[in-house]
Design a protein around this ligand. Structure first.
Ligand code: SF4
Ligand code: SF4
Length: 167
């Protein structure tokens, strides 16, 4: 199986715009704000769990996705690493950007990165190159109630997130 970072190599800004527009209102439990179940732990884990040194919350941006935030500020800090510093897929070259949200769970929801839109599922390709969405349990130090209680995900959310990773 391939993971999320291996799937997207280079997407243009206009494609990100389309994806963002399509998924702006997609939410894991539909109309219900799942943040009410957990005090938005997937956004706020760092401030809630200071003794957990693994709880640093960053959102990786897909290649080129940093351009979506180039005229935006006030709710995140952006950093980058170079691909020779850390092991990334071969198709990722140069700088890999990530953000830290500075006032979670408040942000400009229309510019949430794809990694945030997709949680709590992430994409994987099987050996026949078929795309699957699976619960994202990698590197997560907190409990997402949707995952732990096996709650049914909203169909519209699943459809749009699938389409997002397919495009
Ligand atoms: S941890 Fe899970 S239930 Fe809580 S806000 Fe995040 S996605 Fe929703
Ligand atoms: S982008 Fe917004 S919703 Fe996503 S983790 Fe940051 S504060 Fe939370």
């Amino acid at each position: 199986m391939q993971n999320v970072k291996e799937m997207k190599s280079s997407i243009r800004k206009k494609d990100y715009l389309k994806i963002y527009n399509m998924t702006n209102n997609a939410s894991p439990l539909g109309e219900f704000n799942c943040g009410e179940l957990c005090d938005s732990i997937c956004c706020t884990v760092e401030s809630q769990n200071k003794e957990d040194i693994y709880s640093e919350m960053v959102l990786y941006l897909l290649p080129g996705e940093e351009e979506m935030l180039e005229h935006e500020s006030g709710w995140f800090e952006m950093y980058y690493e170079t691909t020779d510093e850390i092991e990334y897929p071969d198709s990722w070259d140069g700088e890999v950007y990530y953000i830290k949200c500075t006032n979670p769970p408040y942000c400009n929801r229309k510019l949430r990165p794809i990694q945030c839109r997709s949680f709590p599922v992430s994409p994987h390709l099987d050996k026949d190159n078929n795309l699957h969405l699976i619960f994202d349990v990698d590197d997560v130090t907190y409990q997402c109630p949707i995952i732990s209680d096996k709650l049914d995900l909203d169909e519209d959310f699943l459809r749009k997130i699938y389409k997002m990773w397919e495009s």
